[in-house]
Design a protein around this ligand. Sequence first.
Ligand SMILES: Cc1cc2nc3c(=O)[nH]c(=O)nc-3n(C[C@H](O)[C@H](O)[C@H](O)COP(=O)(O)OP(=O)(O)OC[C@H]3O[C@@H](n4cnc5c(N)ncnc54)[C@H](O)[C@@H]3O)c2cc1C
Length: 302
Amino acid sequence: MYDIIIIGAGPAGLTAAIYAMRADKNILLLEKENFGGQITFSPKVENYPGFTSVSGSELAEQLLDQVMSYGAQIEMATATNVIDHGTHKTVVTDYGEFDAKTVIIATGSKHRHLGIDGELELIGNGISYCAVCDGAFYNGKAVAVIGGGNTALQEAVMLSEYCTSVTIIQNLSFMTGEGKLLKILEGKSNVKMVYDSVVTEFLANDTLYGVKVRNTKDGAISEITVDGVFVAIGQQPENEPFATLTALNDYGYIISDERCRTDTPGVFVAGDCRTKEVRQVTTATADGAVAALAACKFIDTL
Ligand SMILES: Cc1cc2nc3c(=O)[nH]c(=O)nc-3n(C[C@H](O)[C@H](O)[C@H](O)COP(=O)(O)OP(=O)(O)OC[C@H]3O[C@@H](n4cnc5c(N)ncnc54)[C@H](O)[C@@H]3O)c2cc1C
């Protein structure tokens, strides 16, 4: 019987492991594919305190080393279900079942991809999914934002403050984001909206220099020259295995309070997979600390 099983070894899960082990708890950390989580895909992180510039994989490696230095027990396994027995929980995985007094879910979320050739290879070389993370790299440059929802419009507003031009490419004939944001963008001389259009190709040598776009009404193909593309077509949390265990919101994020507690006693949640405003490494690590300490407190009162 573990004190805490942590599901997911991204920044949130790894930080939870550090705090739990420093509180002398017996933990098991489960990861299904990629120790370090999504930040390992970022070639450059410049907004994590203490590091002027660091690659995402280096940051993740240091976090993992720190966890290993405490002698953490880690399994490469995918959690497929968590059963609440009241007194304890059983985490069901593709590698067997494990029991614990508490569970911290830290399974993150994934940015939706367009699925166009070369997309993954160009991440960090012209393609980004997060203006807060990467917008500063395009200061004084031309960018496109793909999408028309709130995230896309918010990213476009932010980028329009320092990019020479922002072209918003939307597949529908209207934006689905808030009218207030649209109004702000319509008032900016460096913002252009391209409706009824889908990106069909990324134009690149080693680095992206533009996109090919097809008008869905008349089939016309055009090219737009840009230095960077921000894909903002939504995020996908990975919470299906926990849908019967604890409450999710309409978008599939686990609902929690400020102490990272879910509505199931003994089940905590940390990082991008929970309801929150800002999804960044800083907020994920903060959640990891809060969730681990809340779990420790819960165990101590059992
Ligand atoms: C390209 C890119 C660039 C970014 N740049 C920045 C940046 O510059 N600055 C910044 O602050 N943030 C950046 N981010 C965002 C940042 O990476 C995330 O906010 C952060 O990683 C969230 O941490 P997390 O631990 O909550 O989730 P994740 O990092 O998503 O980790 C979750 C882990 O859980 C695992 N998992 C999922 N389901 C299961 C399961 N059922 N069983 C076992 N394991 C499971 C996943 O494999 C994953 O390893 C970037 C993201 C991307 C994709």
